[in-house]
Ligand binder design. Structure first.
Ligand code: MN
Length: 273
């Protein structure tokens, strides 16, 4: 599948006139494969682990984030492929948009295949990914060493669940809480509150919301008002969660393709297993 095809779901969920997230497609192939972990204060705080493979970032939402303790298995829910340009995104997704909330670049760097590669390393990664036993070695600023993502049989088959586990090596650390020990952006040094409040990120600052300075109280009120408005717009008169409903409504937006094309795409996805 082309990079464009892989990013169809990513693009369908987002209105690029409203969010500063990249549409993607200009990703060039670097010598080394990239990885990024973004801390994301959406309706539920989570960490997005993204590993480059075949021109896109394979992505998992890890609710509790990574652990350096090899005895700890962290649930990692696979989400849609993201563009490689997403690795540079730090800022605020507007409330009411898909994944609305602050996004922090928590760690970044490169990675490589961590198993025994008989063929080329990317071939081995492809095979490992298909098999659901994805061993990799991170060279990040906060995370290093050997890890594995293991696919488990649970939940929606189109949204596979995996476990993220640290292998025993020099970078493993029993009982450590690397997520709690590192509360700032690895790029800009900002906290989630500073990103959400629009504090300038210096060289990494983007246009839009992230560059506007606002009092935290005012921002909170503005955000709450926007969320309430969005929930009202998305609501169908049923009782239930506000932020969650907004997000569900956005993710259930029908694909802008013809039914036949959708069925064909779905068949193709099933075929890939
Ligand atoms: Mn996310």
């Amino acid at each position: 599948m082309s990079t464009h095809g892989k990013l169809a779901e990513y693009r369908r969920k987002r209105d690029f006139a409203r969010t500063a997230e990249p549409a993607g497609g200009a990703g060039r192939r670097a010598k080394r494969l990239a990885f990024v972990i973004q801390k994301h204060a959406a309706s539920h705080l989570h960490f997005d682990l993204r590993l480059e493979l075949d021109g896109v970032m394979k992505s998992w939402a890890v609710p509790k984030g990574p652990s350096l303790d090899p005895s700890v298995k962290r649930l990692a829910m696979q989400v849609e492929d993201h563009p490689i340009e997403y690795n540079r995104f730090e800022g605020t997704i507007p409330q009411g948009e898909y994944g609305g909330g602050a996004v922090m670049i928590w760690d970044r760097g490169t990675y490589e295949y961590g198993g025994d590669a008989a063929a080329g390393p990317e071939d081995a990664l492809r095979r490992a990914y298909a098999k659901g036993d994805f061993k990799f070695v991170l060279a990040g600023e906060r995370l290093r060493g050997s890890w594995v993502l293991v696919r488990i049989r649970r939940g929606d088959p189109r949204r596979p669940q995996w476990l993220l586990i640290k292998h025993r090596d020099d970078y493993a650390e029993a009982g450590s809480d690397v997520v709690a020990e590192n509360m700032t952006s690895v790029v800009t040094g900002r906290t989630m509150e500073q990103i959400a409040g629009g504090r300038k990120a210096g060289a990494a600052a983007r246009g839009g919301a992230a560059s506007k300075r606002k009092a935290p109280g005012a921002t909170k009120r503005r955000v709450a008002a926007k969320a309430a408005k969005a929930a009202k717009a998305a609501g169908r008169g049923k009782a239930g969660g506000r932020a969650k409903r907004t997000r569900t409504a956005a993710s259930e937006r029908p694909a802008p393709t013809k039914p036949a094309a959708r069925a064909k795409a779905a068949a193709k996805r099933r075929g890939r297993g």
